[in-house]
Structure formats: structure tokens, C-alpha cells
Design a protein around this ligand. Structure first.
Ligand code: NAD
Ligand code: MG
Length: 398
């Protein structure tokens, strides 16, 4: 029988790639629900084509969506709203698979709801795991949810780890002969920029990634290397290892998507053309494999693979993220919240590119860390961090 899929963030870059895969496998998957925050025109086209049972939008957009549905004669789709609607579809008994592809903290509660309901959860929304870390991993163990990484690096690591590595109970040291994880980074669009040049880059330049086409927030994160910092934290939680077992390796071609080293001297790498459809298809079908349109690597074309260490002086965000993971507790949630606010301010041209890590560092310095024992604590610190970051941005943009 076809698996029933809910796509949170269907209008985004990951949402669109997910639809591409589902298009190729109509016998295997059907769509139960989709969500979007804006771009109602695009959402309505998706609804027309896929006829989901439910669509989730902000309450403020319902009238507009109803109007568009009427114009296009789209019928029999229930409209739910806001966070409650997102949670309702994520945990709905008719849903087997949840693609968590909302960007940022807005995805936390729906993703957690899907995990608690024991779904197969395809995790693109790394911010949700960075914020809730151990809490989400414990929820997955309790409910027996399959939390599968869609982030290309983590999907690669998952493919290179021994089978069933995710099912191992919490541990801090690598297990089963694993020595360390090599997390690859493209280095982003400004890999070769000097510190002086970095001060003057624009949002448009930051959003032009050399290898990947992505949403604006993650594009800026890739440019500051905060994306790699968030991914470092994501890897520590997903594979339950301490941060010093994860080494970041800059690999500008994005052909190797990450590696795992073993105690016997082996290094396993997962390679492929940079297209998110591959990790999405892998997470959808695991442990099986399904076809995608992504062409296999032609090593005679992509023949050179370069590697270098990241420069954390020019890209301090990576250092801040590693320190946050070392501190543990609420620090990753603080880092994430401040970064979301700073990236938004940069995209709206209120602050410069190098102010982003500055705002994050300021926020981390001005909030007391404690253990992240409950969701309430995490949500509370998220609000506090956003407040401090916003105030810092006001000072900087004066
Ligand atoms: P995007 O900006 O293209 O899409 C985001 C989606 O989330 C859209 O559908 C949007 O409507 C929805 N959304 C935005 N704000 C929302 C809110 N407040 N409430 C509810 N929905 C909201 O982003 P993307 O590039 O598709 O990335 C999505 C997630 O996947 C991010 O967490 C990102 O880090 C992660 N990711 C993306 C890529 C990639 O290649 N794009 C790769 C790895 C991981
Ligand atoms: Mg990634």
C-alpha cells in the first residue's frame, strides 16, 4: 500500500525537491497534507495537482487561499491553520511519513509532534534538532520514530556508518569501530574572500551558492559557515557523539557529502552530484533504494577533489557553534535563535554580513546557560535570545 506523506514547508526548496521524488513514485507514496507560510499561488497549484486532504497555512491567509481555491475550482481540501494545524497533520494517524522542511524554529513543535507520534520523520529542518537536541532524540527512542537525516552531510554520514547505528542508546564516544566523522563543507560563496571583502558582501551575493540552490536563510548560513556549525551540532545529537569527534573539512566541489573514519584505517565517503533529491529519496525509502532523476557521478568529469581546513577567523560562526555544543544545555538553542534574527536583519539590509556572528556572540554572552531539560525552557530561552539579538541589531544599525 502507498505510504501517506505530509510535507511541512512544501513551497520551499526541499519541499519542491520532495515533490519531484514523489512524482516519480506515485505507486509508493500519496500526499495527505502540505503546509506553506506564504506563496499561496504556488501552494494552490500544488493543491490542484496533488489533491492533499489537508493544507495548513497561517490563519491570516485563509481568506486569500479560499478565494484562490474558488477561482481555480479546487475543492474538498480541509484548511487548518498555524502551529496547531501543523501539529495536527504531523501526528495524524493517517500519516506515515513527515517531511520536516520548514525553515527555522517555526518547525520545532510540528517536528517534535511527528517524532512523538512515532512517524518516519525526514529531517531537513536542522534548527529543530539544534534547539531541542537530547529531548528530540529521547522522544524518538521512546516512540520508536525513525528520525532520518535529509541534510546531505548527515545523510552521507548515516550511509557510511555501520547499520543500525542510529538505534544505539545514548553514548558520547563513537561505537562499533568508528573513529570520527568528517563533516564536509563547500565553504560557501565567499570561501576566497578576505576579511575586508567579507564586510561588504550583499544579501544577493550571499544567496548565490556555488553548488546548491537553497532557501535564503540556509544560503546565508552557508556563506557565514553557521550552516556547518548548526550541522556540527546536528551530527552530535543525531549520532550521539561529542563534538571533538566531528572534524569539519572544506571540500569546495561538494562531491563527497561527508565521511566516516574507522579504527582500522578505513575512511568511507558517500559521493554524488550535489542534488538534494538523492538524500530525500534515500530517507524516504531506507533501507530500500528508489530511482531519482539525479545522474550518477561521472568521475572523468568531476575528477578533482580538494580539501582544506576551515578558517574560523574569517568565519567565526563555526567556532561559536562548536563552543555552544561544548557548553551544551541551552547554548545551541541560544545560538540558533540569535542567528535566525541576525540573518533576517542581514537579508533586510539592517546589518552587515560580519555583524551576524557578532550578534550571535553577543547574545550567547548575555544569556545564562542551563540544562535543556524541558521544552518550556527551550522555548523560553528562544524568546529571550531573539529579544537580546534584536536589541543588539538596533544598536548596530543606528
Ligand atoms: P525555504 O525557505 O526554501 O522553504 C521554507 C519553507 O518553510 C517554505 O515552504 C515556507 O513557506 C515555510 N515556512 C517559512 N517560515 C515558516 C513559518 N514561520 N511557519 C511555517 N512555515 C514556514 O527553505 P529550504 O531551503 O527548503 O530549507 C528548509 C529546511 O531544510 C531548513 O531548515 C534548511 O536548513 C534545511 N535544509 C535545506 C537544504 C536545501 O538544499 N535547501 C539542505 C539541507 C537542509
Ligand atoms: Mg547540509
Amino acid at each position: 500500500m502507498a505510504q501517506s506523506v505530509c510535507i511541512l514547508g512544501v513551497t520551499g526548496s526541499i519541499g519542491q525537491s520532495t515533490l519531484k521524488i514523489l512524482d516519480q513514485h506515485p505507486d509508493k507514496y500519496s500526499i495527505y497534507a502540505v503546509s506553506a507560510f506564504s506563496r499561496l499561488e504556488a501552494l494552490s497549484e500544488i493543491c490542484k495537482q496533488y489533491q492533499p486532504k489537508v493544507v495548513v497555512v497561517p490563519a491570516t491567509k485563509v481568506d486569500e487561499l479560499n478565494q484562490i481555491f474558488k477561482q481555480k475550482n479546487i475543492q474538498n481540501i480541509e484548511i487548518l491553520t498555524d502551529e496547531a494545524g501543523l501539529i495536527a497533520v504531523s501526528e495524524h494517524p493517517n500519516v506515515d511519513v513527515v517531511m520536516a522542511a520548514i525553515v527555522g524554529a517555526a518547525g520545532l513543535l510540528p517536528t517534535l509532534a511527528a517524532v512523538k507520534a512515532g512517524k518516519r520523520v525526514l529531517l531537513a529542518n536542522k534548527e529543530a534538532l539544534v534547539m531541542s537536541g537530547d529531548l528530540m532524540m529521547q522522544a524518538a527512542r521512546d516512540s520508536k520514530a525513525l528520525l532520518l537525516p535529509v541534510d546531505s552531510e548527515h545523510n552521507a554520514i548515516f550511509q557510511c556508518l555501520p547499520q543500525n547505528y542510529l538505534q544505539i542508546e545514548t553514548h558520547q564516544e563513537p561505537q562499533l569501530g568508528v573513529l570520527k566523522i568528517l563533516l564536509t563543507a563547500s565553504g560557501g560563496p565567499f570561501l576566497k574572500h578576505s576579511a575586508e571583502q567579507l564586510k561588504h558582501v550583499t544579501p544577493t551575493q550571499a544567496c548565490k551558492h556555488p553548488n546548491w540552490s537553497m532557501g535564503r536563510k540556509i544560503s546565508v548560513d552557508s556563506a557565514t559557515l553557521m550552516n556547518k556549525g548548526l550541522e556540527l551540532i546536528e551530527a552530535c545529537y543525531l549520532f550521539s557523539i561529542k563534538e571533538h569527534f566531528v572534524t569539519v573539512v572544506v571540500h569546495p566541489q561538494s562531491i563527497i557529502h561527508s565521511m566516516v573514519q574507522y579504527v582500522d584505517g578505513s575512511t568511507l565517503a558517500q559521493m554524488g552530484n550535489p542534488d538534494m533529491c538523492t538524500p530525500i529519496a534515500h530517507a524516504l525509502a531506507w533501507p530500500e533504494r528508489i530511482h531519482t532523476h539525479v545522474s550518477p557521478l561521472d568521475l572523468f568529469v568531476n575528477h578533482s577533489l580538494d580539501f582544506q581546513a576551515p578558517d574560523t577567523d574569517r568565519f567565526p560562526a563555526l567556532k561559536l557553534a562548536r563552543q555552544s555544543m561544548q557548553s551544551g544545555g541551552l547554548a545551541p538553542a541560544i545560538l540558533n535563535a540569535a542567528n535566525e534574527i541576525a540573518v533576517d536583519a542581514f537579508l533586510n539590509e539592517k546589518i552587515g554580513f560580519m555583524d551576524i556572528p557578532q550578534v550571535v556572540e553577543f547574545t550567547l554572552d548575555h544569556l545564562e546557560n542551563s540544562s535543556a531539560d524541558s521544552l518550556d525552557l527551550i522555548l523560553e530561552v528562544d524568546i529571550q535570545a531573539r529579544d537580546i539579538a534584536s536589541k543588539r541589531i538596533m544598536q548596530l544599525s543606528k
